[in-house]
Design a protein around this ligand. Structure first.
Ligand SMILES: C[S@@+](CC[C@H](N)C(=O)[O-])C[C@H]1O[C@@H](n2cnc3c(N)ncnc32)[C@H](O)[C@@H]1O
Length: 362
């Protein structure tokens, strides 16, 4: 059983979430031990201050080293002198299910929540914390990220869920997304539950679930499948470049800039230039994209390469360009656009369908 200690300025906020629902019941039943510690209790000044102005100026306050250090040393003294310390931080590696799996196997874990502008760097260095982020955006404090991490760890502890199937047949556990789920009634607003699920034929159901899981992953998060591709096979992929605000004429100036860079192939090596010659660039108005109906003038780039492994290099070259030129765009794999373009025959005469993602995989 794991014991998790959370060092925070807002223990009540954490406690209220951790005493509810599945995690709360798991704690009560003794399947997981969680304690929240108030960093403010460890201050050595009479006003109980935990923060001060940043050296060098700037807005906001910084959490000071001393109370954090004393709080965490106290936790370590009471639990395990070598307990691992995680600092929830937007600068850390993004949390993944495999990281959750790794942390779930520990006996002790300490989680530090920052607030305000963050934490004095020296205490992070002194305690040799590992930083974990919940995503590339910034929240006001580390409590919600810590609760996310604790929840993910808690559900993997024996006894918290009814059995290990409850977490092992779930999205991300094996690198895939889970198949769709259905419950009663069999038909709702004309939509029927897939027949195979009603047959009671266990083997067929399992097969359907596996196939559906693959289909869902391919459609929603194709990059998750990338590792399992044969890098030497031909490969095709659609990438959507989205975001940015249209100007008063409905144009997106930065996107034009990006397309300009792409067209001139400025920052690519010779080898990449050759590859990019084969990458068709689509730049369409009113793209038929159900997920981005309100963003006209996105770009769709169609990569086609002799070897799957080259796609990844092209993709990172594109990302590098977006970052290097500070173009406020998001780049996402979006093979469903390709499927849609084929279906609507927009791609007719452009390429044959035999090189789409699904065909390459099958
Ligand atoms: C406003 S943030 C500080 C951000 C910091 N100044 C920076 O730019 O990297 C305050 C605290 O919220 C937490 N936090 C904010 N965003 C987070 C994220 N995406 N993942 C994990 N923790 C986060 C961290 O504990 C952080 O110390």
């Amino acid at each position: 059983m794991i014991r998790i200690d959370i060092a925070t300025l807002f223990p009540d906020m954490c406690e209220s979430v951790l005493s509810a629902s599945i995690v709360g019941r798991g704690r009560e039943a003794g399947f997981i031990e969680i304690e929240c510690h108030d960093i403010r209790r460890y201050t050595d000044n009479k006003h109980n201050r935990v923060d001060d102005k940043p050296y060098g100026g700037g807005t906001g306050m910084v959490m000071q080293a001393q109370p954090i250090y004393d709080c965490i040393c106290d936790i370590r003294n009471k639990t395990d002198e070598n307990a691992k310390i995680i600092y929830m931080s937007p600068q850390g590696k993004t949390l993944t299910q495999s990281k959750v799996k790794e942390l779930s196997a520990l006996d002790n874990l300490i989680i530090l929540c920052g607030h305000y502008e963050g934490v004095d760097q020296r205490v992070l260095d002194e305690l040799q914390v590992e930083e974990i982020s919940v995503g590339d955006y910034v929240l006001t404090g580390g409590e919600l990220p810590a609760l996310t991490l604790v929840d993910a760890i808690a559900r993997m502890q024996e006894g918290v869920l009814p059995n290990s199937d409850a977490y092992s047949i779930e999205s991300h556990y094996n690198g895939m997304l889970e198949h769709p789920q259905y419950s009663r009634p069999e038909e709702w607003r004309g939509r029927r539950v897939p027949e195979v699920l009603l047959t009671g034929h266990h083997e067929n159901i399992l097969k359907w679930q596996e196939e559906a899981s693959f289909e869902v992953t391919k459609r929603k998060r194709p990059e998750l499948l990338f590792d399992s591709f044969d890098g030497n096979k031909p490969y095709a992929r659609f990438v959507r470049v989205q975001g940015g605000k249209p100007d008063k004429n409905g144009r997106k100036p930065e996107l034009l800039t990006l397309m300009g860079y792409l067209a001139r192939k400025r920052i690519l090596t010779n080898r990449e230039q050759k590859q990019w010659k084969r990458a068709e660039i689509w730049f369409r108005e009113n793209l038929p994209d159900p997920f981005c109906a309100d963003c006209p003038k996105n770009a769709v780039i169609y990569f086609k390469t002799e070897k799957a492994q080259d796609i990844l290099r092209m993709y990172s070259a594109l990302l590098d360009m977006v970052i290097a030129h500070e173009i406020p765009y998001e780049v996402v794999f979006a093979d469903y656009i390709g499927e849609m373009l084929w279906e609507n025959e927009i791609m007719a005469g452009f390429e044959t369908k035999d090189k789409t993602l699904s065909d390459v995989e099958n």
